[in-house]
Design a protein around this ligand. Structure first.
Ligand code: ADP
Length: 633
C-alpha cells in the first residue's frame, strides 16, 4: 500500500527521443490508475520509470515518503506484470510463482503459504504442477499476476497485461483484475492503449499523447468534460463527430453555424457563458464536437427540439441492440469517410431510417463540445478562466454590472467611454466593497468554482477555499484585468518575474578549523549567475540541478529563475535594473524594472526610481532548464 508522487518527470532516451515530458501527478493509496494513449505516447516508459527499469532523466518520483529516483528496482517494493507474461518455460507454475520469493531467501514454509494463497485468489490452484506451455494465455497471465501478488508489493504495475488474449478472455480477465485490486487493497498502475479497458478499469485515467499528459480524471469526467479535442476523440466509441464552425453572440443567444453546410442552431447564451468572448465574434473558427448519443433522428425528440440540423444518411451499421447511422450535414457530403461534415448518430429500432434520405436531427446542446481551432483545447473549461463584462469609464470610475469602482492610478489614463473588461476568475476577491451573492460553490479539479451574481449577471470566481452560498462582499484585483475602451487597451500586469541565468561553481578558500587552528582550505561553492551577479545557490536548488541534469549539462545549461512580484525586494544589492515606471493599483504598487532586455514587475511600498538592485528570495525560486524547458522546481 502506498501513494506515489510524480513531479515534473521527463525521459529523454540517449537517441534524443523525448518519450515523457513534464509528467506530474499525485496518486493516492489504493487507486487504480490507468495510463492510456496511442502506441508510442510514452505510457510504458513512464511505467518502467516507476518500476526502476528506466532511469528518470529529470524530475522526482516518490513512493510513499521516499524519493526513489536512485533506488534499485528490487528495493522499490513494486511488482510488474508484463504483456508477454515473462514466465520461465522450464519451471512449474508453482516455481514460477515462488521464484521471486526464493531469490529473496524467504523460508520454504512462507513461500508455500503465499503461493497457495495467490493461486487460490487467481483460481489456478489445480495447475501448480503444470509447465507454462501446458496452459492457456489467460492462465499464463494469471501465473504472471500470481508472481506479482506473492511479493505483496506496495504498488502493482501492469503493462498491457491483456493484449495477448482474445476479446472474450480479455473482458473476463478485466473483471478479475478489478476483483484482485479490491481484494489486495494495493495501488495499481495499469498501461493500455485500449480506451475501453481504461474506461472500465481506472478510478482515474491519464490520457497521454506524444509524451505529454493530456488530461487526468475519472472515466466519467473524461467522457463528459474532455479538456481537448484529442481526449474527446480518443475516449468513447464510436468516435465523437467533429465539425468546424463559428459562434456569434446575438443578445442572449449564440448562433452556431456549421461550416461547409447550411446547418445552424441558436442556443441560449447561458449555455456558453463559460466561453471566452473572443470565440463568440462570428469570425473565429472553432471545432464543434457531438457524440453519437447526443444527436438523434427520433421524430418525437426532433419535433420537441428547437436545436435541429439536416442530415443526409449515407449508410447504417446494425449493432444488434442499436444501430449507428452515418450521415453528412452537407447534402452533397460523403458520410463514409471522416470529414468536417460527417456525423455518426446512435439509434434504436423504434423507427426505420433509410440511406440516401434527408432527415432532421436534434442536438442535445447540454452535451456539445467546443475546441479552439489552433490549440485544440476546450473553450468551455470546467474552471472558466475569465468573465467578460461590459463596462463604462466615466469620471475616474469604472461602471459595470450596476455598480462602480474608482479607477486605480495605473488605469486612470483610460479614456472615457463604453468598453469591456476581461475579469479573470482568479481576480475576484472576497474582501471588497461590492455587494454580490454566492449562488453556488462546486469543487472541481482541486479548486472551487464559485458562481456569483452581481447586477443580475453571473460571474465565475475560482478559489482555493470554499465560499458559503449567500451574500458576499467582493472586490477586483485590478492588476489582473484587461480593460478596453475604444482603441485603448490596458493589459494585465505581468506576474512572472523571470531572470535568465546560469549555474556556476567557484573554487574558494574557506576558513576551516584544523586541530584548534583556523586554516584556509579549498572548497567548491555553487552560485546562481544572473546579469553578472553571483548568488550562493541554496542547497535544495543545487541538489535538484545535480540530481536531474547530466554532470556535463549542469554548468553549460541556461536556466530561468522564476519568482512572483512578491518574492523580490528592491535594495542596494542584487540584480541591476532601471525603474521605468510605477504601476499603482491603489492598495498595491509595483515597480516596472528593466533588467537586460526584459521588464519585470516588483511589488514595492516605497517610492523607487532610477538605478536599483533586485534581491530575489531564492528560497521561493522556480527553476527551469531553459534549453529543453525542463521544470526542475
Ligand atoms: P507506449 O508504451 O505508449 O507505446 P513507449 O513508452 O514504449 O510508448 O515509447 C515512447 C517513445 O519512446 C516512442 O517514440 C518510442 O519509440 C521511444 N522509445 C521507447 N523505448 C526506447 C529506447 N529504449 N530507446 C529509444 N527510444 C525509445
Amino acid at each position: 500500500m502506498a501513494s506515489l508522487s510524480l513531479k515534473h518527470i521527463y525521459k529523454v532516451y540517449p537517441n534524443g527521443v523525448k518519450a515523457v515530458s513534464d509528467f506530474c501527478m499525485e496518486i493516492a493509496d489504493k487507486e487504480f490508475i490507468v495510463f492510456v494513449g496511442p502506441s508510442g505516447c510514452g505510457k510504458s516508459t513512464m511505467l518502467r520509470m516507476i518500476a526502476g527499469l528506466e532511469d528518470i532523466s529529470a524530475g522526482e518520483l516518490s513512493i510513499g515518503d521516499t524519493v526513489v529516483n536512485d533506488v534499485e528496482p528490487k528495493d522499490r517494493d513494486v511488482a510488474m506484470v508484463f504483456q508477454n507474461y515473462a514466465l520461465y518455460p522450464h519451471m512449474s507454475v508453482y516455481e514460477n510463482i515462488a521464484f521471486g520469493l526464493r531469490v529473496r531467501k524467504m523460508s520454504n514454509a512462507e513461500i508455500h503459504e503465499r503461493v497457495l494463497q495467490a493461486s487460490e485468489i487467481l483460481g489456478i490452484k489445480d495447475y501448480l504442477d503444470r509447465k507454462p506451455k501446458e496452459m492457456s494465455g489467460g492462465q499464463r497471465q494469471r501465473v504472471s499476476l500470481g508472481r506479482a501478488i506473492v511479493r505483496d508489493p506496495k504498488v502493482m504495475l501492469l503493462d498491457e497485461p491483456l493484449s495477448n488474449l482474445d476479446a472474450k478472455l480479455r473482458t473476463q480477465m478485466r473483471a478479475e483484475i478489478l476483483k484482485l485490486h479490491a481484494k489486495l487493497n494495493t495501488t495499481f498502475i495499469y498501461v493500455t492503449h485500449d480506451q475501453v479497458e481504461a474506461m472500465t478499469m481506472g478510478t482515474r485515467i491519464v490520457v497521454m499523447k506524444n509524451g505529454f499528459v493530456q488530461q487526468i480524471d475519472t472515466p466519467k469526467n473524461l467522457y463528459l468534460y474532455p479538456g481537448n479535442k484529442f481526449v474527446a476523440g480518443f475516449i468513447g466509441t464510436p468516435q465523437m463527430s467533429f465539425f468546424e464552425g463559428t459562434m456569434t453572440k446575438n443578445g442572449d443567444k449564440v448562433d452556431i453555424a456549421f461550416k461547409y453546410s447550411e446547418a445552424k442552431i441558436s442556443v441560449p447564451y447561458e449555455q456558453l457563458i463559460k466561453v471566452r468572448p473572443k470565440y463568440l465574434d462570428g469570425k473565429t473558427e472553432v471545432y464543434i464536437g457531438i457524440r453519437s448519443e447526443d444527436i438523434t433522428l427520433d421524430p418525437d425528440a426532433v419535433a420537441a427540439s428547437p436545436y435541429k440540423i439536416k442530415v443526409v444518411i449515407s449508410h447504417i451499421e446494425e449493432l444488434g441492440d442499436e444501430s449507428l447511422i452515418y450521415g453528412d450535414i452537407n447534402m452533397q457530403g460523403d458520410g463514409y469517410v471522416e470529414s468536417s461534415t460527417r456525423v455518426i448518430i446512435k439509434a434504436g429500432f423504434q423507427h426505420e431510417y433509410l440511406a440516401g434520405q434527408v432527415y432532421e436531427a436534434a442536438i442535445n446542446i447540454d452535451r456539445m463540445h467546443f475546441f479552439d481551432k489552433e490549440t485544440e483545447e476546450t473553450i468551455v473549461p470546467r474552471l472558466p478562466e475569465v468573465n467578460d463584462v461590459d463596462c463604462e469609464v466615466k469620471n475616474g470610475k469604472m461602471h459595470f454590472l450596476g455598480t462602480s469602482l474608482p479607477l486605480p492610478p495605473a488605469l486612470v489614463s483610460c479614456p472615457e467611454g463604453k468598453g469591456n473588461m476581461l475579469l479573470p476568475s482568479n481576480a475576484l476577491r472576497f474582501d471588497g466593497e461590492l455587494k454580490a451573492k454566492v449562488v453556488s460553490c462546486e469543487q472541481i479539479l482541486g479548486k472551487y468554482l464559485v458562481s456569483l451574481e452581481l447586477g443580475g449577471r453571473r460571474l465565475f470566481a475560482v478559489t482555493d477555499e470554499p465560499k458559503e452560498v449567500g451574500a458576499a462582499k467582493i472586490g477586483i484585483d485590478c492588476k489582473r484585468i484587461t480593460l478596453s475602451v475604444g482603441e485603448a487597451k490596458f493589459e494585465p500586469m505581468e506576474e512572472l518575474v523571470r531572470f535568465e541565468g546560469t549555474f556556476e561553481k567557484k573554487k574558494e578558500k574557506v576558513d576551516t578549523e584544523v586541530r584548534g587552528k583556523i586554516k584556509k582550505k579549498d572548497a567548491i561553492n555553487f552560485y546562481l549567475g544572473i546579469q553578472g551577479q553571483h548568488f550562493p545557490a541554496p542547497e535544495f536548488i543545487a541538489k535538484k540541478v545535480f540530481a536531474t541534469l547530466a554532470p556535463r549539462e549542469v554548468f553549460s545549461s541556461p536556466f530561468y529563475y522564476d519568482f512572483t512580484p512578491y518574492d523580490v525586494t528592491i535594495g542596494k544589492e542584487g540584480v541591476p535594473g532601471t525603474v521605468e515606471s510605477i504601476a499603482d493599483y491603489g492598495d498595491e504598487k509595483f515597480a516596472k524594472v528593466r533588467v537586460g532586455d526584459k521588464v519585470v514587475c516588483i511589488r514595492t511600498d516605497s517610492p523607487v526610481s532610477g538605478q536599483v538592485c533586485l534581491a530575489p528570495d531564492f528560497d521561493k525560486a522556480g527553476v527551469v532548464e531553459a534549453k529543453r524547458g525542463i521544470k526542475l522546481i
